[in-house]
Design a binder for this molecule. Structure first.
Ligand code: PGA
Length: 262
């Protein structure tokens, strides 16, 4: 199965509109219209979505820029109404948002998002053709306590509950071991490959071998230019979700370049 790798920058709570502009101008000039054999995605904070959409729109109109997709970092599970501080999927669609990151470990641990809430958000996103980047991953204590597989099984089973095969065709999974996020400690390529193969086997159990062989599973957690090639060479790793190293245009580009072997 030929799965197109997907490299996504998760900016977290970094870069308002003016810094977004600086990044995109620099990144596009470094790209120079080069067409990498992968999808490139940027997930800025909500307040920078409009600026990102404008910049990418004028860039693709003006020159042969690599099509870059826009992602949000979260969405509400509700359509509209009295939910102070929340943003709905329909609002996100107005900014040409293509993907939404859901279930990120920071949403789970800091904001208490449960598998049930994440599942409700997954359904809401898919209803409006917003493609989820569904994040899962274990803590160090869980891994050391021998619970890696049971944690991933629960997150996958509960997070994807009631989703159809068609929904899975629109979904990207991001395996992000919590102990590797923002720590500078990356999973070894063997640890990452083993976890990815296990997640793919869970998808096969739930949706069959065909869906499992098609779904893209990104690795996330301290991906850097110097470890991207080794991680991306693993057979079940289909791209990366990158935090810290995607804040600089040069290092994001080098990850893409090294990860795709271009
Ligand atoms: P990191 O973050 O690359 O800074 O480890 C990854 C993520 O949280 O998606």
């Amino acid at each position: 199965m030929n799965r197109k790798p997907i490299f996504a920058a998760n900016w977290k709570m970094n870069k308002g509109p003016s810094q977004t502009e600086d990044f995109v101008k620099s990144f596009l000039s470094k790209l120079q219209g080069q067409d990498f054999p992968c999808e490139i995605v940027i997930a800025p904070p909500f307040v920078s979505l409009a600026k990102l959409a404008d910049l990418l729109h004028s860039a693709t109109a003006g020159q042969n820029a690599h099509a870059i997709q826009i992602a949000a970092q979260n969405c509400s599970e509700h359509d509209s109404g009295a939910y102070t501080g929340e943003v709905s999927v329909l609002m996100l669609r107005e900014f040409f948002t293509h993907y939404v990151i859901l279930g990120h470990s920071e949403r789970r641990s800091i904001y208490g998002e449960t598998d049930a809430v994440i599942n409700a958000k997954m359904k809401k996103a898919l209803e409006t053709n917003l493609k989820p980047i569904f994040c899962i991953g274990e803590t160090l204590a869980e891994r050391e306590g021998g619970k890696l597989e049971s944690v991933l099984r629960t997150q996958v089973t509960e997070g994807l509950k009631d989703l159809t095969e068609k929904d899975l065709a629109e979904t990207v999974i991001a395996y992000e071991p919590v102990w590797a996020i923002g720590t500078g400690v990356t999973a070894t390529s063997q640890q990452a490959q083993d976890a990815h193969a296990f997640v793919r086997s869970l998808v096969a159990e739930l949706y069959g071998a065909d869906t499992a062989s098609r779904i893209r599973i990104q690795y996330g957690g301290s991906v850097k230019p110097n470890n991207a090639a080794e991680l991306m060479a693993c057979p079940d790793i289909d791209g990366a979700l990158i935090g810290g190293a995607a804040l600089e245009p040069q290092s994001f580009l080098e990850i893409i370049r090294n990860g795709t072997g271009e």
